[in-house]
Ligand binder design. Sequence first.
Ligand code: GLN
Length: 543
Amino acid sequence: MNTKYIFVSGGVASSLGKGIISASLAKLLQARGLRVTIQKFDPYINIDPGTLNPYEHGECFVTDDGAETDLDLGHYERFLGVHTSKANNVTTGKIYNTVISKEREGAYLGRTVQIVPHITDEIKRRMLLLGKSGNYDIVITEIGGTVGDMESQPFVEAVRQLQWELPDEDLISIHLTLVPYLNAAKELKTKPTQHSVQMLQQSGVHPDIIVCRTEHELTPELRRKVALFCNVKPGHVIQSIDAPSIYQVPLNMAAEHLDELVLQHFKMEGLPEPDLRDWNAFLKKLMNPKSTVDVALVGKYVELQDAYKSILESFVHAGAANECKVKVHSFQSENITAENVAATLAGMDGILVAPGFGERGIEGKIEAVRYARENNVPFFGICLGMQMCVVEFARDVLGYKDAASREANPSTSHPVIDLMEDQKSTTIKGGTMRLGAYECRLEKNSLAYKIYGQEIISERHRHRYEFNDEYLEQIEAAGMKATGKNPDTGLVEIVELPSHPFFIGVQFHPELKSTPEHPQPIFVAFVKAAKERRAELARKQSK
Ligand code: GLN
């Protein structure tokens, strides 16, 4: 069987959830036994989002093979439970980079290099690349941006060409639009959808299925109207109604027969019904929590929810695993001081200090660590959050008042967190951090080992600075233990305080591997610790 290609474009507005629709469809197809992957084509000229401020584009998701990618790849992995790679995220920057390098090498000697056919050929090559690996039955390609944007035109043009080059039953085009509800008129409006589909058709791409994002049920008449004006079969207009959880969307899409329509088009009928037993078990727990915990997320990008997407999703998974609703309260670390930290974080059952870059908001993070350490509040530090545990400990327990990470204070006399040797000579910013999956060996007698239940783990990294080994002995002698190390380099990856009920800092990003069906163990244990603390405080109060 040929690999089948599904292209998902979006119209009317951005942020309609193309990534979630793509991931939901992928989930349904995978649950029928097919091998599915999803890739994202982003129209911006950055080579990858690694150099983008989180305020611009949300979290930067990191794959096992060290690609810095769009956060939608996080959704793909969470829904499918399979790892993505460098090849799953392509940007206009990458396409042009390849074409321009080839031009310099002389690959197009004598010819004028143009958007059509050279750029579109390179786009098509990459669109088909994962399919050609033989590892997948179905490749879903999400086209970033909105149809009609100048930037995404070459991608749409590439899909147009592929519509002619591939057999009809090997390619399907799905268009996601918004059907807004006008409160004053009490009416859903289809005109924006009509215009968006017209625009797509002007580019020569004909949608086979239209998915309408809506806040209210679409009536049969309204579906017929969209079908008529947009030139698709009546049954091919489906709704994506607002859902209480993104993890509900695969079920909503199954109810709308999205997967069946796609399989009919591919002439792949007769597959088993989707097996969603584990997914449904997760959803059931998610929707029926038996208790609640309040957890603080201390970071500096808290104004934008997407900046900590994977952390927030990990809490959803870990909450369900504990049958507990995790209420995450975001705190801007810039506003936290020694004077207000106790009042600010009072009532929190657990404190997570988030990853981050640069000096801004650092002192507030250190105060949050101190508060958690001194008050026995369950604590979880991730990447910069772990580094701040070490700084706080060095300042308060070792008495090195100006201890710091070299990143925040280049002239500190105690750089307990410092640049690795190989990072010192790096001047280029893009793709030069310590990136991707690395192994870590856990100390047998540690919280980390208790949590993971195995000695060797693998987690993903994205940082330049490291625990400075010169301070290891002193720090350990004073009571903070390095319980996880890289087996090849000896770099410290995990620190703990055995005297504290739950205190762990990790140099890696555990949030990048959490899924509903396999919640990340540290998050699960952290939520459990928060739950226990809350129950204990309640017991004490009632006495
Ligand atoms: N800024 C720190 C470093 O580069 C931490 C990075 C992070 O939190 N992802 O090491």
